[in-house]
Design a protein around this ligand. Structure first.
Ligand code: T5A
Length: 216
C-alpha cells in the first residue's frame, strides 16, 4: 500500500481527545462555528465514523450485542482511521481546510493500550502504518473525571454502547492513560480543564487553536 507523505507545508490538523462525555463534540462544533464566522474553511470529522466505511465500522464496534476480542476491536478502529485519513483528512488538508477530528490515534493508545492493556509499542506502530505518519499539529485533551463524563452521557436519552458501558475501572485507566500521553508530549497535547462550563472550555481552546490556525 502506498501512502501520501506525513505532514508537510503549513497545514492545520487539530484533534480533540478525552474520555466519555468530556465535551469533545460540543467543543469541535463551537470552534468550527467561530472559525467559519471568520471566513475560514473548516472540515469536521470524527472517529469512529468519519468516512462511509467508518460509519459501517462504527455501528459494528459500538454494538452492545457484539462480543469482540480486544484485538478485533482494535482492528476495527484502525480500519476506520485508515479510511478517514486517506478519504477525508488528507484531501481536506490538501485543499487548505482546517481539520478538526473528534478522536484520533491517542484514543487507541488510551482505550486499547491503557484501558484494555494491549501493547503500547505495537499500537503506536499500527497507528503509524494506518495514518502514514500523519500527526496532528495540536491535540486538545479535555480532562474530566470519568464519573462526571459518564454522568453527562447517561443523562442523554440515547442508548448505551459497548465501550461507554464498560466497567468504571476501565474508564479510570483510560483517563490516566490520556494524562500520561499528555505528560509525554506536552507540546502537542494540551490539557484543558473540562469541568469548566462549555463557554470556558471554548475560551481556553480558542487561545491554542488561534496559534495553529494563524500559521495555516
Ligand atoms: N474509541 C474510539 C476507542 O476505544 N478507540 C479508538 O481508537 C477510538 C477512535 C466512541 C467510542 O469509541 C471509543 C471511545 C468511545 O467509547 P462516541 O459515541 O464517539 O464513541 O463517544 P464519545 O467520543 O465519548 O462521544 P460523546 O458524545 O459521548 O462525548 P463528547 O463528544 O466528549 O461529549 P459531548 O460534547 O457530546 O457532550 C456530552 C454531554 O455533555 C454536555 C453536552 O451538552 C452533552 O449533553 N456538555 C457539557 N456539560 C457541562 N459542561 C460542559 N463543559 C459540557 N460540554 C458538553
Amino acid at each position: 500500500m502506498t501512502h501520501s507523505p506525513p505532514n508537510s507545508g503549513s497545514t492545520c490538523f487539530i484533534t480533540i481527545e478525552g474520555g466519555e462525555g468530556a465535551g469533545k463534540t460540543t467543543l469541535a462544533q463551537a470552534l468550527a462555528e467561530r472559525l467559519r464566522a471568520q471566513g475560514r474553511s473548516v472540515r469536521l470529522t470524527r472517529e469512529p465514523g468519519g468516512s462511509a466505511l467508518g460509519q459501517a465500522l462504527r455501528t459494528l464496534v459500538l454494538d452492545p450485542q457484539l462480543q469482540l476480542t480486544d484485538w478485533s476491536e482494535t482492528c476495527l478502529f484502525l480500519a476506520d482511521r485508515g479510511a478517514n485519513v486517506e478519504g477525508v483528512i488528507r484531501p481536506a488538508l490538501a485543499a487548505g481546510e482546517i481539520v478538526f477530528c473528534d478522536r484520533y490515534l491517542d484514543s487507541t493508545l488510551a482505550y486499547q493500550g491503557y484501558g484494555r492493556g494491549l501493547d503500547l509499542g505495537l499500537l503506536r506502530r499500527l497507528n503509524e502504518a494506518v495514518t502514514g505518519g500523519l500527526l496532528p499539529e495540536l491535540t486538545l485533551l479535555l480532562d474530566l473525571p470519568p464519573e462526571l463524563g459518564l454522568a453527562r452521557t447517561r443523562a442523554r436519552s440515547d442508548p448505551g454502547d459497548r465501550i461507554g458501558d464498560a466497567a468504571f475501572a476501565f474508564h479510570q485507566r483510560v483517563n490516566a492513560g490520556f494524562r500520561a500521553l499528555a505528560e509525554a508530549e506536552p507540546s502537542r497535547i494540551r490539557v484543558i480543564d473540562a469541568t469548566q462550563s462549555a463557554q470556558d472550555v471554548l475560551r481556553d481552546a480558542w487561545l491554542l487553536v488561534e496559534r495553529c490556525t494563524a500559521r495555516a
